[in-house]
Design a binder for this molecule. Structure first.
Ligand code: DX5
Ligand code: ZN
Length: 231
């Protein structure tokens, strides 16, 4: 358990939405904390989604902040443009960045929150010293590239170590988890120390995405405060 009270944030991934009706799909998740937008280039990951022009349009049709997850190569070159487009939070993969500290500073200078993402096989330890340079650490809980995969429980110790490092150093850094988050797995991820949860199929795969967001939020928050649940 983390020492400070955590707020549970639910960021639905529009990767599981209907790409033909994105404006309507965004309207169905107006109670989300942020909209998770998966940008893939068919190079860093074996899948291709949307790029900056579509993200710029999404930005204009929803009041919910955008949380862009860039699964792209040469991210040092492209990520700042997402910040310039007004994207609230821009997350790059450390495996794709030549200069992650420089990039994080550039994103912040352009008014965005900076997020740093780790593939499942990338250890967190080499990056602990630069936590103060970012606003969010994304620990992937599936191999990036596709929605609908099963949550990797073997990532729980990494989440715990990251939470201990963040609480120990007192930096204000959120821990986001992405991949396989459901009403069941969110509890384990939250207990390990994550506080921002991406959910694609567990939101858009339900008849009411808005109700799914509320259930996920309730379960995540309960995992932070188990004592309160019994009062
Ligand atoms: C996968 C993406 C995820 C994906 C999650 O690479 O980064 O954001 O949409 O989908 P679910 O929640 O279905 O695992
Ligand atoms: Zn994602």
């Amino acid at each position: 358990m983390a020492s400070a009270p955590l707020k549970c944030c639910i960021n639905p991934s529009i990767l599981s939405a209907d790409f033909v009706n994105l404006e309507a799909e965004l309207a169905r998740i107006s109670n989300a904390d942020a909209v998770h937008v998966d940008v893939m280039d068919n190079h860093f990951v074996p899948n291709l989604t949307i790029g900056l022009p579509v993200v710029e349009r999404l930005q204009k049709v929803t009041p919910v902040p955008l949380d862009a997850h860039l699964m792209i190569s040469d991210v040092d070159r492209w990520a700042p443009q997402f910040a310039d487009a007004g994207v609230s939070s821009v997350t790059f993969h450390v495996e794709a960045s030549d200069a992650p500290i420089k990039l994080a500073r550039e994103l912040r200078a352009r008014g965005a929150k900076a997020g740093m993402a780790l593939r499942p096989a990338t250890p967190v330890e080499p990056y602990l010293d630069m936590l103060s340079e970012v606003d969010m650490l994304l620990i992937m809980t599936v191999e990036p590239g596709f929605g609908g995969q099963a949550f990797l429980d073997v990532m729980l110790p990494k989440i715990r170590r990251a939470r201990a490092a963040i609480d120990g150093s007192g930096v204000d850094v959120a821990i986001q988890v992405d991949g396989g988050i459901t009403e069941e797995t969110i509890t384990r991820a939250a207990e390990a120390g994550a506080n921002v949860f991406v959910a694609g199929s567990a939101v858009y795969g339900k008849p009411s995405p808005a109700a799914a967001i509320e259930s996920l939020r309730t379960n995540g928050q309960l995992a932070f405060t188990p004592a309160a649940a019994t009062q």
